[in-house]
Design a protein around this ligand. Structure first.
Ligand code: 5GP
Length: 114
């Protein structure tokens, strides 16, 4: 068995988190180091490393992650808008090798990002 990723350990409750939502395909947790007043992560249970590792078969899963992001953003009151972003690889500062969709909101977000 390969070693579990950080986010698998969180999904399995081996590491505590502030979990906002979960279903059979994904979990949603608040980011431990938020970059905006609201910052949560939508994480598939499947430990796919990066966006580059997705296959055609993962299309429905990725769609599901986006729909869950929208639902939780509404529950979090992000009616003024929000940003949803996957960091992929070192140039984008991906630090956890298990894909996760960042959702940030609650303030005006600069564009372009740094
Ligand atoms: P990345 O840099 O890979 O795109 O994003 C990883 C995110 O995971 C970061 O925003 C970081 O703050 C968050 N993170 C890292 N470790 C933990 C943790 O143990 N718990 C939670 N809730 N978030 C974490």
């Amino acid at each position: 068995m390969p070693e579990k990723t950080l986010f698998q350990r969180i999904a399995d409750r081996e590491i505590p988190s502030d979990m906002l939502y979960e279903d059979e395909l994904c979990i949603v947790i608040r980011d431990i180091n938020p970059k905006a007043p609201t910052h949560f992560l939508v994480i598939p249970r499947d430990p796919i490393s990066t966006l580059d590792d997705l296959t055609e078969e993962d299309g429905p899963l990725v769609g599901h992650l986006l729909l869950v992001a929208k639902k939780v953003a509404a529950e979090e009151g992000l009616s003024g808008g929000y940003r949803a972003v996957f960091n992929c690889g070192p140039d984008a500062f991906q630090t956890v090798p298990h894909i996760h969709l960042h959702v940030l909101g609650g303030r005006k977000l600069g564009w372009p990002p740094g």
